[in-house]
Write a protein that binds this ligand. Structure first.
Ligand SMILES: Cc1ncc(COP(=O)(O)O)c(C=O)c1O
Length: 365
C-alpha cells in the first residue's frame, strides 16, 4: 500500500519537468541571477494574475510582511492586530518591523480573524489590521474594510496561503493598502527555495517597498536611505513563471477534492467540516477539519498510510515566543481539535476515496 503524501513536490515536478528545466536552463544561460528579465516578467505576470498594478518580488513571505509594514512608516508604538491562529510569520514580521502585535480571536468555524474581537482590540495606538487569508480562504473583506475605515486604520493582507483566492470576485491582497505572498515550496504557488512578493495598487508604496527590499536605492550606488537585501532571485522567478501557468488548474483540482470531502464526510457527528464564507473563493491551500478525537484520527490515518498535518498545534498567544497572558483569544480548543487532510493536485481520485473511506471507518460510519 503506497503512502498518501500530504504534499508531493516530486510528483508535481515530474508533471511539469520540461517547463521547469527549460526555465532554469534559460536563466543559467542568461547569467542574470539578481533582478533582470526573469524577475520583471514574473512580477508582471503575478500582478496581472492578482489584478493588481504592482508586484514586488522579495526574499520570502515573512520579509514581504515586514517590508510592507516598514514602508508604511508608522510610529514605533503603533499596534497591529493579528489573528491568533496563523503561522508565526504573521506576528513575527510585525515585531521585526518594530511594531506591537495585538492578537485577536478567531472564528472557530473558519479559522479566520473574528471581527467582533478585532473591534474590541482597537485602541488609539492601533494603526493596522493584518487579516490572514488562512488555509486559502478569503476573510470577509467588506467587513474588515468597513471596520478599518471607521477607525482610520490601514489593512495589510497576509495572502501567504491564498494565491488566487477572492472575496466577491476580487482577488485578495487588493482590498487593503497591500497584500503579501509567500512562495515557500509547499504553497499553492511555490518556488524551489524561498520567495515572496507584495502586491499593491498604490504607486508610491510600491516604489518604497521596492527600494527597501533593495538597499534603499533605485540606482546602483545611489542610496536614498538604508534599506535591506530581500530580493526574489531570478532562478526562483523563472520557476514561478513556469508554475503560474498551471496554478488555476491546480486550484480547480483542489476545489474538486474539497467538494468530495464535503460530500463524503458530511453528517459525521464528531467531525466539523470547514465553513466556506459566502462570497469567498477558497483556494484550499489546506483542508482543515475538527474533531474532539484529533490525535486518535491522526494515528488511525497514519496507520493507514495517510499523511496529515496540524495547522497550527499551538495558538500564537500560547507560544513561548509570546506568552501572552492578558489577551484572550479563545482558540485553544480549536488548536487541539484541528487536523489537515491531504489536498492538492498530486492526489488521484482513488487516493481521495481511500482518505474518505479511512476517515469514515474511524468514525464507524
Ligand atoms: C500565513 C503565513 N504568513 C506568512 C508566511 C511566511 O512565508 P515565508 O515562509 O515565505 O517566509 C507563511 C508561510 O509559511 C504563512 O503560512
Amino acid at each position: 500500500m503506497n503512502t498518501i503524501r500530504f504534499l508531493d513536490l516530486r510528483k508535481q515536478y515530474e508533471s511539469i519537468k520540461a517547463d521547469i528545466d527549460a526555465a532554469i536552463a534559460q536563466t543559467l544561460e542568461s547569467c542574470n541571477f539578481i533582478g533582470g528579465p526573469a524577475v520583471l516578467k514574473f512580477e508582471k505576470e503575478f500582478a496581472t494574475f492578482q489584478h493588481a498594478s504592482h508586484c514586488i518580488g522579495v526574499g520570502n513571505g515573512t520579509d514581504a510582511i515586514e517590508i510592507a509594514l516598514g514602508a508604511l512608516e508608522l510610529e514605533p508604538d503603533a499596534e497591529v492586530i493579528v489573528p491568533a491562529n496563523s503561522f508565526i510569520a504573521s506576528s513575527e514580521a510585525v515585531r521585526t518591523a518594530g511594531l506591537n502585535v495585538i492578537f485577536c480571536a478567531i472564528d472557530p468555524a473558519t479559522g479566520l480573524l473574528d471581527l467582533t474581537d478585532a473591534r474590541a482590540k482597537i485602541t488609539t495606538k492601533t494603526k493596522v489590521i493584518l487579516p490572514v487569508h488562512l488555509y486559502g480562504q478569503s476573510c470577509d473583506m467588506d467587513s474588515i474594510m468597513t471596520l478599518a475605515q471607521e477607525f482610520g486604520l490601514m489593512v495589510v493582507e497576509d495572502c501567504a496561503q491564498a494565491h488566487g483566492a477572492e472575496w466577491r470576485g476580487r482577488r485578495v491582497g487588493t482590498f487593503g493598502i497591500c497584500g503579501t505572498f509567500s512562495f515557500y515550496p509547499g504553497k499553492n504557488l511555490g518556488a524551489y527555495g524561498d520567495g515572496g512578493a507584495v502586491v499593491t495598487n498604490d504607486d508610491a508604496l510600491a516604489h518604497r517597498i521596492r527600494m527597501i527590499a533593495n538597499h534603499g536605492r533605485t540606482e546602483k550606488y545611489n542610496h536614498e536611505f538604508e534599506g535591506r537585501n530581500s530580493r526574489l532571485d531570478a532562478l526562483q522567478a523563472a520557476i514561478l513563471s513556469a508554475k503560474l501557468k498551471y496554478l488555476e488548474s491546480w486550484t480547480n483540482r483542489r476545489a474538486e477534492i474539497a467538494e468530495v470531502y464535503r460530500r463524503e464526510l458530511s453528517g459525521i457527528a464528531d467531525l466539523t467540516l470547514p465553513v466556506i464564507n459566502l462570497g469567498a473563493r477558497h483556494v484550499f491551500h489546506l483542508f482543515v477539519v475538527r474533531t474532539s478525537r484529533r490525535d486518535e484520527l491522526q494515528s488511525h490515518l497514519k496507520q493507514a498510510g495517510i499523511e496529515t498535518g496540524i495547522h497550527y498545534p499551538i495558538a500564537l498567544t500560547r507560544l513561548k515566543a509570546y506568552k501572552v497572558t492578558n489577551q484572550t483569544t479563545a482558540s485553544d480548543d480549536l488548536n487541539e481539535q484541528i487536523i489537515s487532510l491531504p489536498i492538492g493536485e498530486h492526489l488521484s481520485d482513488s487516493e481521495v476515496s481511500r482518505i474518505t473511506h479511512e476517515v469514515k471507518c474511524f468514525f464507524g460510519t
